[in-house]
Design a protein around this ligand. Structure first.
Ligand code: UFG
Length: 342
């Protein structure tokens, strides 16, 4: 049985963790990444973790010629597709760039896969497709909508995959809707590495813990939640990565296409996260209450039961694991942050 995977976006935060999980599961993996939002030393770090030099193609997902050359030079039996832009705020400012990379990107990829006779794809989607949910727990059957260009690209990509599949019954598709990825590999060699002061909660808490930001701004303390702050389903990036391995294995073993949430099913508030990160770094991190952030919702939390049933996926790591591993990662990589001058 061949187990050769093309991992687009494989040098990024989530992609690099998926790479490690795939290698541990016995797959051969080629990383395809333009390094726009990934550091050039990631392949060396992956080699330190896995003991083998990664096969890396530095190219853009929109570069059809490179993609075609990649498919003709190697024999793959699946693609795991992450290469995309991922900032909600940036997508609002530059929607066309998001449509180009995220939507044209998946179309070119599917066309080149078809040309190469490649039938299995795992796609990185997002809980953002649930729009402004009303429910406390989101099953995959919940209503979908988009509230920003980034969300539009994820929802459109899901629809493109489903229509491509309607035209080709041999196409096997695994769609994974990520909730809030957090944490880092225990080695401290790979982790979330934003290019500038981050918008997301965990990397922002890391900046406060490092002393690069004076306090956490808590966006909204008047939500209808136990402590008034927003609730999210944070999932450890290593659990998320394992979800991709299970998704790939399910396509391979059972030809069973699926669309599933990857989350824990547990909703955690901003204040609980602040407390957990304070415990991880060993001091009480300061915070200031602020008005609600535009576009935020009260709660996003997965119903994880379908992923358990179809993939056998269950998370193993909790919020303390996320904060401890994030703190380990940022401490070991302080010089990276200083070099960026943030
Ligand atoms: N928050 C703060 N202060 C901060 C940053 C965040 O209070 O400095 C709060 C937010 O208001 C929210 C929670 O922390 O209540 C989580 O915010 P994040 O920015 O970390 O994550 P979001 O849930 O807003 O968005 C994330 C991804 C999106 C994805 C979405 C859906 O960034 O790409 O999850 O799962 F679409």
């Amino acid at each position: 049985m061949t187990k050769q995977v093309l991992l687009t976006g494989g040098a990024g935060y989530i992609g690099s963790h998926i790479y490690v999980a795939l290698i541990a599961a016995g797959y051969d993996v080629t990383i395809y990444d333009n390094f726009d939002n990934a550091s050039k030393d990631v392949p060396d770090r992956l080699e330190q973790i896995t003991g083998q030099k990664p096969d890396v193609i530095e190219a853009d997902i929109l570069d059809r010629t490179s993609l075609r050359a990649c498919f003709s030079s190697r024999k793959f039996d699946a693609v795991i597709h992450l290469a995309a832009r991922k900032s909600v705020a940036e997508s609002v400012a530059r929607p066309l760039d998001y449509f180009e990379t995220n939507i044209a990107g998946i179309i070119i990829l599917l066309q080149e896969m078809e040309r190469a006779g490649l039938k299995d794809i795992v796609f990185s989607s997002s809980a953002t497709v649930y729009g402004h949910p009303e429910q406390k727990s989101l099953p995959e059957t919940a209503e979908v909508s988009h509230t920003n260009p980034y969300g539009f690209t994820k929802l459109t990509s899901e629809q493109i995959l489903s229509q491509a599949q309607a035209a080709d019954a041999g196409l096997n598709v695994g769609i994974l809707r990520y909730f809030n990825p957090a944490g880092a590999h225990p080695s401290g060699l790979i982790g979330d590495d934003p290019n500038s002061l981050p918008n997301n909660l965990l990397p922002y808490l890391a900046e406060v813990a490092l002393g690069n930001a004076p306090h956490l701004n808590v966006f909204g303390t008047d939500y209808d939640t136990p402590d008034g702050t927003g609730l999210r389903d944070y999932i450890h990036v290593d659990d998320l990565a394992r979800g991709h391995v299970l998704s790939r294995a399910t396509l391979l073993d059972k030809q069973c296409s699926h669309l599933v949430n990857l989350g824990t099913g547990r909703a955690v508030s901003v204040m609980e996260m602040l407390k957990a990160y304070s415990a991880a770094c060993g001091r009480n991190l300061r915070h200031k209450n602020q008005p609600r952030r535009a576009g935020d919702v009260t709660i996003y939390c997965a119903d994880p039961s379908l992923a358990k049933r179809i993939l056998g996926f269950e998370t193993t790591k909790d919020v303390m694991d996320m904060c401890n591993s994030s703190w380990n990662w940022v401490q070991k990589n302080k010089s990276r942050n200083e070099m960026k001058g943030d």
